[in-house]
Design a protein around this ligand. Structure first.
Ligand SMILES: [Zn+2]
Length: 263
């Protein structure tokens, strides 16, 4: 389920980047953009109990750009406030630990009051277990195997993730230019979730922004075409209905980015 497909642009129709992969009643989150926990609650309303906030226990960060991580304090603290009993497991590049340490420091008074005041609180749900990763297999349980693929996103250390279940393979690019490693990771995958800036929006921004987009992101020339060269879906943002859909099947899906953003 796409929890958010936005950019730093404060678009009221799009939350920050976050995707939930739900397998056999367990949720695995990829990125934690602004609004992630509230958007997960929309999933609960649609019948996906795995997205109940107390069940949000594992997140993989593609990189540490603010639009991909502004929801991290929300993901660390709101599910705990709702009753999560376990620490949040956080996988991400070098710098993830410094970020979670900073968040805990920023909210230290809140954590202390909730733990020691009259308000009931579980003793460990506020905490995090951080796993700073390199490329390769980073996670395995009885439902999924998650592999991190280093991708090109300017100066950032950034990862795409390949998620294998018993019967599906999903690849999520995060923010990335196309690269041979990413293309290789997508071979025979069932679903590719790839970021893209549309040409239409790119033509409207200044030259420095165009150069930035081409250096750090994908502008929709080429990717997303089938063997006959036809687009696999119209370029552009997902509709609100699509952005909340559960995904499946063999398809290539773009997640559109809009103009004027640094993400
Ligand atoms: Zn980024």
């Amino acid at each position: 389920m796409f929890l958010g497909t936005g950019t730093p642009l404060p678009d009221p129709d799009r939350s920050g980047p976050a995707t939930a992969v739900v397998v056999d009643g367990a949720a695995y989150l990829f990125d934690a953009g602004a609004g992630v926990v509230r958007r997960a609650s929309l999933g609960v309303r649609k019948g996906i109990g795995a997205l109940n906030s107390v069940n949000l226990k594992t997140v993989f960060l593609t990189h540490l750009h603010s639009d991909h991580t502004l929801g991290l304090p929300d993901l660390m603290l709101t599910p705990w406030t709702m009753g999560r009993t376990e620490p949040l497991e956080v996988y991400g590049p070098v710098g993830t630990r410094a970020m979670t340490d900073g968040i805990q420091k920023a909210w230290a008074l809140d954590i202390d009051r909730r733990l020691h005041d009259l308000q009931p609180a579980t003793p460990r749900g506020w905490d995090v277990n951080v796993h700073e990763i390199q490329g390769g297999e980073v996670f395995r349980d009885e439902r999924v195997t998650v592999t991190a693929i280093p991708v090109l996103h300017g100066a950032w250390e950034a990862f795409a993730y390949r998620i294998r279940t018993r019967d599906k393979t999903i690849v999520l690019s995060g923010d990335a230019r196309p690269s041979p490693a990413l293309a290789q990771a997508c071979q025979k995958c069932d679903l590719l979730i790839f970021e893209v800036y549309t040409m239409g929006s790119t033509e409207k921004v200044t030259q420095p922004w165009r150069e930035y987009r081409r250096a750090y992101h994908h502008v929709d020339e080429g990717v997303g075409r089938n063997r006959r060269g036809q687009p696999t879906r119209p370029a552009g943002p997902l509709s609100p209905r699509e952005s909340g859909m559960r995904s499946g099947g063999r398809q290539l899906r773009h997640v559109g980015k809009r103009s004027g953003s640094v993400g």
